[in-house]
Design a protein around this ligand. Sequence first.
Ligand code: UD1
Ligand code: UDP
Length: 370
Amino acid sequence: MRRNILSIFGTRPEAIKMAPIVKALEADPRFDSHVLLTGQHMQMLDDVVQMFEILVWRDLNVMKHRQTLPYLTAALATQISDALAELQPDMVLVHGDTTTTFMGALAATYAKIPVSHVEAGLRSHQKFSPFPEEVNRMLTDQVSDLCFAPTEEARQNLLHAGIDTSRIDVVGNSIVDAVHMALPHLRAPDMMSKVRPGSPMVIITAHRRENWDTGIAIFSDALVKLSSSHPELTFVFPVHLNPVVRETVFGIAAGLPNVVLTDPLPYFDFLYLLEHCAAVLSDSGGIQEESVTLHKPMLLLREVTERPEAVTSGWVKLVGQDEDLIVSSFEHLVASGFVVLGADGVNPYGDGTTAVQILARIDDYFNATH
Ligand code: UD1
Ligand code: UDP
């Protein structure tokens, strides 16, 4: 009997990390795969869906300009519930820690549909950092029947949260599967014409809600300083479409000769840049895992991280919102020729078989329960 699995996602990082799982479900005769896009993101989501050629059952298109958390939460609760009532899947898959993640899991729970949480168990242990992601993942883990933890650290967090060991599997992170799928397709994007030949590239991104008040301005000020003291480097900053982020970044860092501010790049273009860059400065979750996977030094523009294994591996260094620390840490990287001594080659996020492991566990779940 084929099981009907509904994958629900709505933002760029969820789509990237769900793509390998959805492609595996589409190809597997044990399952009928359906995808419900919430459309929490629009352009940034569509890029990924097209690139991985994901078959979409329904797109709720909930995104509004400058949407608020209460708006998103309410819209998602009712619209996901309506879609579940129509499709009546055997299981719902959600990913990560966005508002789509938690509302997908909650709506499925209200409909008494089993929930699997991909990338379960990440914790910063600080309620408001990152915000609202820490709360979303705690709540999602609690209502999930299967928790797919990427690492042993994440499994320990789930056990401490009182989640029974029988609900937890350590399967690596599907970002590694996604990187493996994408690497053979990477080609230099058009925007590379803005990077002076031979000039080492530094990639920058920032978007976290808890950095809106001061953090993003501090990073932008640091960028102004670093780009002026290092004319030999090119700083490429694909600026998130969130208007709060754009106003700050363009207000401070536009017009600098060796800084390229672009719109968000399609995933394969962005990965090309990552593969060819010297270093990364970012507050992103997923880019921490990609930096470790591609062996790129990254300065993490946050006070805490839910990805301690990225720091332990040596590739990621926490620099918070301290402009002096950002600048001095970057100078240290430059002085070392962007070589991180002692950084580990073993990938804590696995070997790119996360999707296969997840499908096997879901199959076991149905064989055991039905
Ligand atoms: C969201 C997630 C965050 C995740 C991030 C990944 C929540 C609350 N936040 O943050 O966890 O790390 O995505 O990028 O779930 N916009 C567009 N086009 C797009 C996408 C966004 O115009 O394709 C603009 C819209 O004005 C939108 C705003 O950005 O209202 C904010 O989008 P939203 O999803 O609420 O928050 P993000 O900051 O993107
Ligand atoms: N990314 C992308 N284009 C860009 C910037 C980032 O495709 O211009 C990808 C990046 O490779 C990573 C993901 O987006 O896989 C991270 O998304 P984001 O930082 O928005 O969210 P987070 O991971 O912090 O939740």
